[in-house]
Design a binder for this molecule. Structure first.
Ligand SMILES: [Zn+2]
Ligand SMILES: [Zn+2]
Length: 108
């Protein structure tokens, strides 16, 4: 299957899919890792998260029924695809397929 061309793009469905499919592992106080498939090119990527203001935090899986933010502070993490595939048209100084999306993390 040919690879999608590199394109800096975001879409609301990226956010929804990533919130469902990414797992969140707390590594230590204020340090965690997000891991899951890029919603655009499906390569599993790992994203370190450092949120020194929170001792404990978790990925917030927003559902359609849940319009209100959960209690506690919400931190927005912008995730950029960091796959190592050779997407056509990618500038030499970039990595990934260009997709980016937002994940919300809340203090637990
Ligand atoms: Zn890719
Ligand atoms: Zn990607």
């Amino acid at each position: 299957m040919p690879l999608e061309p590199y394109e800096e793009v975001s879409h609301p469905s990226f956010e929804e899919e990533a919130a469902k499919e990414f797992s969140f592992t707390q590594l230590g106080p204020g340090t965690a890792e997000l891991r899951g498939p890029c919603p655009r090119c499906r390569t599993v990527i790992r994203v370190p998260v450092v949120t020194s203001t929170y001792k404990s935090f978790r990925l917030w899986r927003r559902s359609r029924a849940q319009q209100l933010p959960p209690p506690g502070e919400v931190h927005e993490e912008i995730v950029i695809c960091t796959c190592e595939e050779d997407h056509p048209g990618r500038p030499a100084d970039r990595i990934g397929c260009g997709a980016f999306w937002r994940l919300e993390i809340t203090s637990a």
